[in-house]
Design a protein around this ligand. Sequence first.
Ligand code: SF4
Length: 363
Amino acid sequence: MAAIPFSSYEALKDEECEQRIRDARAALKDNVLILGHHYQREAVYQFADQTGDSLQLSRLASKAKAPYIVFCGVHFMAEVADMLTATSQKVILPDLAAGCSMADMANLVTVERAWKELNEVLKADEVVLPITYINSAADLKAFCGRHGGTVCTSTNAQAVLTWALAERQKVLFFPDQHLGRNTAVRMGIPLEDMVVWNYTQPMGGLTPEKIKKARIFLWQGHCSVHQLFLPEHIQRYKQKYPDAKVISHPECSYEVCELSDAIGSTDFIIRTVKQSPKGSRWLVGTELNLVSRLAKEVLPEEKIVDFMAPMVCQCSTMYRIDLPHLAWVLDNLLESNVVNQIIVPEAVQKEALLALDRMYQIS
Ligand code: SF4
């Protein structure tokens, strides 16, 4: 049967979509697993069978038995899920436009050009190890795989960077400069040993001397959500609540992380706040959906959780996954139609898995 078009779902009310999702879930039984990222909007998150951050979701995907995995996250996460599941399993991203603006700041053309330019000054393959944050396209993971490099997440970045600097003298870290810088600083590496690689400029905007001297090349990429948190947000909050604790995601700027009491992945943030003493107060620097959900969950223990920025900071790309798209992909599965399947080509997958396997061994 031909796939049901999405246009018939656009005008549906939320309650109608929810009912369709419930009905489809009940009929599909164990044939479908819905995975949901912590940044997902509440309306969709409530339907996730399992939730987590990028690393947790990749592990959950690798253990999944269901023939269909509906991934309520963004494109690169669905790619990782496709690579870690059996060929017979199909990974579905409800809206193909759910990308990641940070991941889009590096692509194979710009990274290969950077590698070539590094090779003009250094023997890059001997002295530079490429690390890509998991927030990147599969072909960049494959690039790392074939150049002896690996992948990291915000949970294991320190272990991965430590391993990389034991393997080679220098590291090319992409696409998030902040995770690279914040991790290296926590390892005791001075800021002077790091340079920003401006991928819009020849030679990253650096001189050969700077390239030879640097230990870590930080790709000039960032997360559009986490860059909105500023040191003054923390300073103002601390003036009002001097006993409050500040916890931030390492995709925040160096200055924000320096003023924070704790830095870590979304999973770390959730655990730390949940395990904190009754009555504690937290200022949290990460995506709004996660912070609002956490605030509600810990309220019965009289814990106060506040969002770091005065403006709304949502992951607008993840926000594309909504009730109509979820209802649409599930209804299509009921009719044996797989829409929006994410498939990583075999050749890319082979090399990307090399890089991912190295990451799992390290962490
Ligand atoms: Fe990408 Fe930032 Fe959204 Fe995470 S929050 S998926 S890094 S744009």
